[in-house]
Structure formats: C-alpha cells, structure tokens
Design a protein around this ligand. Structure first.
Ligand SMILES: Nc1ncnc2c1ncn2[C@@H]1O[C@H](COP(=O)(O)O)[C@@H](OP(=O)(O)O)[C@H]1O
Ligand SMILES: [Mg+2]
Length: 258
C-alpha cells in the first residue's frame, strides 16, 4: 500500500458516496426534508464504512454517523491510521431543493497528522483532493475581504471581525463547501466558532494544507485530530496572505477589556 493509494482512495470514495447521494436526493425528493437528510446520512455512512472495512481492514474509522460508543472506542485512540469521515456535511442544505453547498468528507489521519483527504461537492460536480491539490487563486491586493460563515449560526466573533475590517460575510452551508470556496477563490477565508467536530473539518483541512492555504484554530494554534474528545469548536481557513490580519483581528477582539 503506498501513500499515493490513500490519496486516490479518499478521492474515489468521496466521489462515489457523492454520486449515490445525488441519486438518493433525486429518488426520495424533498417532501419530507428531515427524512431525506436522515436517509442521506445513513446511506453514505454505510457505503463509506463498508468500503473502508473491505479496502483498509487494519485501519480505524471515526465517523459523524457512528454511535457515541463507537466514536469513543479505544481502538482508534491506539491506532496508527484512522479515517475521519463526515458522510454528509451540510445535511440541511442537502435536504433543500436547488442547494449545492453540501459535501462528503474522507480524511486519513496517520500518526498525529492528516495524511490524505478529499472533499466531494457532488452537486457542483467537483472533488477537491490531496491527490492533486488545487492551485490557490491569486488574491488581488486591496480588495474587500470576504469571509464565509455558517448560514444558520454565524459566530459573533466573525460579525465583529467583519465590522472591524470592513469585510463582507458570505453565508454558505457545510464546512467542506466553505473551505472549498476559499480554495477556489470565491471567498478569502472561513471562520467558525462556537462548536464543531473533527469530521466537519479534517478532510477539507487536509486539502487546504496540501494546497498551501492557512488552517488553524482561531487563536492561531494548530488543529489536532483523533483526540479522545472529537469536539473541535473553532477554525480559521484562509488564503495565506490574509491570515496574519485575520488572526490579529481575532486576538484584538478576544482581549479582555482593560
Ligand atoms: N455550534 C455547532 N455545534 C456543533 N456542530 C456545528 C456547530 N456549528 C456548525 N456545526 C457543524 O458544522 C457543519 C457546518 O455547519 P454550517 O453549515 O452551519 O456552517 C455542520 O455539519 P453537518 O451538516 O455534518 O451536521 C454542522 O452540524
Ligand atoms: Mg459535518
């Protein structure tokens, strides 16, 4: 098994899971949005975990859709290789007709680092992958900074930062779709705070780092994966040129009033 195989496998699994989700969405329809989202989460989790069990039987898996007991399982905590997957990121957007901001995340964590990853955006027909990291766009200097935030829970710190920097907030669903929007140049940054889990960011962060983008906690410290508690509440991903300004802004806003 070569490293190259892991990059390709992540991309192939994310793309195939995404195709199946597109078919399921067309077949089930939007009459009951909750039922559609649940069916998508379940079917994609089943497909990805079955495939990984077959193709990488020695590796552990951490999935959003696993049970609490499975997620806490000590097997992944003593394993050298753990696949961290979000079978359907942006379940709410998947369940809304016409929306394309939902994703499938497949990442491989190996001995403390993200080693491979892929983010499929099935309704946009693209898969971003560490097998062939995207070329980052050149950011024109001086333009207004665009920061992607959650559609439903834009964090207060992002609103304050945008006010401070005169930046524009762009509401997009799914962490994977927002990080993809950074890598394709639709926005300059993605900022989230207030709650999230490792599976929401592992795969898109693997691709972002491979492409040369900035990815960290919002205090600038590194993002760490496969910890006993997979809660990873805040994140900043950006084009490298704007990261120092955004981190300095967050630092200023987080300082207790003197
Ligand atoms: N405060 C919070 N607590 C837990 N998860 C959160 C969260 N805010 C966002 N997320 C998760 O992050 C992903 C992107 O959210 P958003 O589109 O609002 O930015 C979603 O993943 P899922 O769709 O996989 O559940 C969502 O559940
Ligand atoms: Mg998610």
């Amino acid at each position: 098994m070569t490293a190259r195989d892991d990059h390709m496998l992540a991309a192939e699994l994310a793309t195939e899971a995404g195709k199946r989700l597109v078919e399921l969405r067309a077949r089930v329809g939007f009459a009951d949005e909750k039922a559609l989202g649940d069916a998508g989460d379940r079917a994609s989790h089943r497909f990805l975990t079955d495939a990984l069990r077959r193709l990488r039987p020695g590796d552990a898996v951490l999935s959003e859709e696993a049970t609490r007991e499975e997620r806490a399982a000590s097997r992944r905590l003593s394993a050298d290789r753990v696949w961290i997957i979000d079978p359907l990121d942006g379940t709410n957007e998947f369940s809304e007709p016409g929306r394309t901001d939902w994703a499938v995340h497949v990442a491989l964590w190996e001995k403390g680092e993200l080693a491979a990853g892929a983010v499929a955006l099935p309704a946009q027909g693209i898969t971003l992958t560490t097998a062939d990291p995207p070329r980052l766009p050149d950011r024109p200097s001086g333009g207004r900074i665009r920061i992607a935030v959650s559609r439903s829970r834009a964090p207060e710190i992002a609103v304050e930062l945008a006010n401070m920097l005169g930046a524009e907030l762009v509401r997009i669903g799914s962490a994977g779709a927002k990080i993809a929007a950074v890598l394709t140049g639709e926005v300059d940054a993605y900022l989230h705070a207030g709650g999230q889990y490792e599976w929401d960011s592992a795969a898109p962060v693997a691709v972002a780092l491979a492409a040369g983008a900035h990815a960290s906690r919002i205090d600038g410290s590194p993002l760490a994966y496969n910890r006993p508690d997979p809660f990873l509440p805040d994140i900043l991903v950006s084009l490298p040129g704007v990261a120092p300004m955004l981190l300095a802004g967050v630092r200023d806003l987080s300082r207790p009033p003197s």
